[in-house]
Structures are given as structure tokens and as C-alpha cells.
Design a binder for this molecule. Sequence first.
Ligand code: ADP
Length: 553
Amino acid sequence: MKKRIYSNVLSLSILTIVLIVITFVYTLNQSLRTQIKKEIQSESEFIAAACDLVEDTESFLRKIGNDMELRITWISRDGTILYDNQAAEDKMENHLLRPEIQEAIKEGTGTDIRDSKSLLLETYYYVTQLADGSFLRLACENKSVKQTFSKVFPLLLMIAAMILFFAALIAYRLSKSIVTVINEIDLKKPMENVPFHELLPLLGRLEHQNKRVKEQMANLLEQERKFNTITQNMNEGLILLDMDLRIIFMNNSCRRLFDTPGIEYTGKRIYQFNRSEAMQDTVKAALQGKSSSSELKMNEKQVQFFGNPVIEEERITGVVLFVLDITEKQKGERHRKEFSANVSHELKTPLTSILGYAELMKNQMVRPDDVPVFSGKIYEEAARLLTLVNDIIKISRLDEKDIHQSKELVDLYGMAKETVQELRQVAEKQSVQISLEGNKVIIIAVPQMIRDLIYNLCENAIKYNVENGKVNVRIYEEDGHPVLCVSDTGIGIPMKYQERIFERFYRIDKSHSKQTGGTGLGLSIVKHVVEYQGGYIELHSDEKGGTTITVHL
Ligand code: ADP
């Protein structure tokens, strides 16, 4: 803009200077021309009058002609040059047809102005017809224009320089003030301070644009916020790739799944994040426009990739990858398979015994005295089978969260009291003393599940006890939460087994457990019930001091 102002002001100044010079030269020329005309006319009339009076015109003219600056030419009626004070007469051509002569023939006097060869010079001619019919012509070169112009030229130059200087100064000030004012415009609120009225439409448009940009930004931020809320809170990993397989977006869950929580992968290639064949296959298929999935095992985790192409205007522009953590699903499936195999195995043992005893009795291979013993064994095995089937049903229901009873207010202490009563006989049989401490503690739970929980813990404490051992059941509240603590003075659980005893069908000493009617599912049911209630279990045990299992509900 500055450049433009400078060039415009400069052009204007040059135009002004040129106009001044033209006007000056024209005016000067006009006034000098008038002056010379007057002078030449009066001189010519004066000499013509003198010529008419003298007898020898030629010698008179020659006499005055020598001293005169003006050019005097005496021309005969037929145009022949009779005398010229500045040129050789015989070399001059006939002047009859010259305009000033022609005019003088008609009017008595004639004038003409002719340009000289040099610039700013012209010659004025004035012709007077003498009484004898000849012509007297006076000519004068307008040298004064040139002289005057050359005199005033330095002044003109100075004026031009001054004009140029002031023009530059004005241009500088003008551009500076405009630029400063424009720079001071607050682009965020352009309409609050409008420096020039002329800027009003521009600033109005700017304000309108600002508003639109603001709205669009708010819209974009809202969209981004929604997108982030959804993607960062989902458990599945999400990766967006462009056609160069560069990561455009990756959510936190994905980084968590691959144990790279703090690393930023945006802009990097997918292979820098994961080089597995499973992922590469899924990405390749998506790039070819196919949806596919694959699984990948990583240490303890197992993930599944789902790849889909991103299609815009019938063109594949990228890839969306979903990553699912299927570790638990796989574990569950494995457990179910193991459980089914274990169930079949566990059911088979008592059934085989029952079948064996029954077969012996059927073939009358049992003495009549031994029949009660054999039928007793069949009864025991059948009872064990029933307990086993009941436990399997319970654990399957807990597994599937298939609980038919609804939660209600349960008195934990009252229920423990009932269970202790129930088991007192069993305890006495094994010379174990069972006691109960505590107060009424109310919880919200499924009564049957709590009954199973207390029963299993107390039964174990009796079963795995020593002669004259003790079992103590305590019900209390800790930080407002109900606690059930069953401690015994029994055989204890070696450290290496402590984690495993909550697994299904896990028994430390199989024969002892079988002897005491154990199914290996008791603690597994306890664990499920506590999980269902949202609590946790603490286990303290050593082979000398017995076992204490504390359940925080
Ligand atoms: P079981 O039906 O065999 O008792 P559980 O799941 O109840 O099955 O217990 C698993 C194993 O944990 C038992 O076989 C036993 O070896 C051990 N166990 C459970 N409770 C105790 C305890 N109070 N003292 C010692 N060992 C125990």
C-alpha cells in the first residue's frame, strides 16, 4: 500500500511539474510574441515611411541595415530580392509566393511566423508595401523565449525538486498514518473502533467472518469434545489410519491394551506401534475394501482386531481399527471347558463306586451280613453325588449370574447362629469346639447365598481341624462395613496353595477332602458370593496356628 501511495503521489507531482512548465513556457511565449510583433511592426512602419521619403532607397537601407539586429529584406514587386542585410541577395529565391508578401499585396501589410530549426525559436516577419510597389520585410528571431527559459530553468528545477520533496514527505506521512491506524484495528472486535468511514464495509465483513469462524470453532470443539468423550471412555481400542498407514487417531484404551500408555503415536506409521502379522493382515484387508478380524496373543493378554475401510465418495480414504481385549472371554471359555471336563470326572468317581457296589449286590456276591455296609457305602456315594450336583448347580448359577432370589435384609449374626447350631453336631463328632461372637449386623443380600457362604467357611474350619481343635465365628462391623471372620486352630494351608484353594475342584489333599465329603467347590462358591456382594476376602493361615478367613462384605 505504501508503494502505491508513493507512486501515485510521485506521478501527480511529475504531472504537476510538467503542467507548470508547459503553462510557463506557453505564457512566456505568448507575451514575448506580442511584444516582438509590436516592436517589429512599429519599426517596419517607421523605416517604410523613411524609405518613401528618401530618394535612394537601396543606399538608405544598406546604411541602416548594417547596424541593425533585425533582418531587413527589400523585395521588388515581382518577388526578387533587392537587398538583404543578413544574406546574399543573388542566392535567395523569389519571395513573391511567401505568405506575408501575398498578404501585403492584398492588405498593404503582411505578417507571418515560421518555426526555426532549433527548439523554442521562431521567426516573425512583417512586410510593408512601399509607395513604389516594392516590399520592405523585417524579420526577427524570437530568441528571448529561449533565453528567458534557460534563465528560469534552474528555478524551475528547484521548484520541481521541492514539489518532489514535499510530495515524498506527504506520501510518507500519509502512508504512515494510514498504516498505523489500520494496524491499530482490533481484528477481534473490528466494529468497535472504525478509523475511516471508508473501511466500514470491510470491517463489517470482517466482523461477520469473525462471528462465523467463532460459531464454526465452537461447533468443531463441541464435535471434538463429543468424539473424545466417546472414544476415550470406551473400553475398546480405536485407531484411525490414513492411506499411508499413518496413525491419525488412537484412543487411550488402545495404548493401555498394548501397555504403552504415555507414548504418542499420532503421525507415526502403524508398524511403529505394532508389527504383528494379525494386525498387518487386518489393515491390508481393510485397504482392499474388506472388513476382517484377527486375533493376537501377547504375553498374558489376547486381543482381537476388527478392520474396516473408511469410504468417502466411493473411494477408500483410510482404515478404522477396533481392538478388543478378549483375554477374559478366552479365559472364561477355557474355564468353562475345564469345568465341564472336571465335572464329568468328579461325577464319574462316585457313580463308578455306586455302580460297583450295586453290581456286587446284584450278583449276590455280598454276604447278607455285609449288605448294610454296602448299601451304606452306596448311600454315602449317592449323598456325595447329590452334594456335588448341588454345588455344581450353585456355582453354575453364580457364574451365569442366574440368581432367582432377590436381595433382602439379612441378619448376618442370626444366620451365622443358625449355621453354627446346624454344624455343632458335626463339630462335636470331630471333637471340635465351635463358638460364635458378635452382634446383630444387617446386610442387603440374597439369604441363600450368605447361608452358603457361612456354611462353607465353617464346614471347612471343622473339616480341616485337629482333635480338640477350635472354631470361632465372629460377626462385626469395620468402618461401617459388615465383616464375617471364621478362624480355626486346624491344619492350616501351606503358603504355596493359598492362592489356588479358591479355584474350582482344587483340593490340597484329595483323599482327606474326599474322606470328609469335600467337593472342592466350597471356597469357589465363597469367592463368587463375595464378588457378587462386592466385597473381598482376606486369608491368613499357617500350618501351626490354623486358618483365619475374613470376609468384608
Ligand atoms: P473342599 O470341598 O475340598 O473342602 P473347598 O473349596 O472348600 O473344597 O476347599 C479347597 C481346599 O482348601 C480344601 O480341599 C482344603 O485342602 C483347603 N482348605 C479349605 N479350608 C481350609 C481350612 N480352614 N483349613 C485348612 N485347609 C483348608
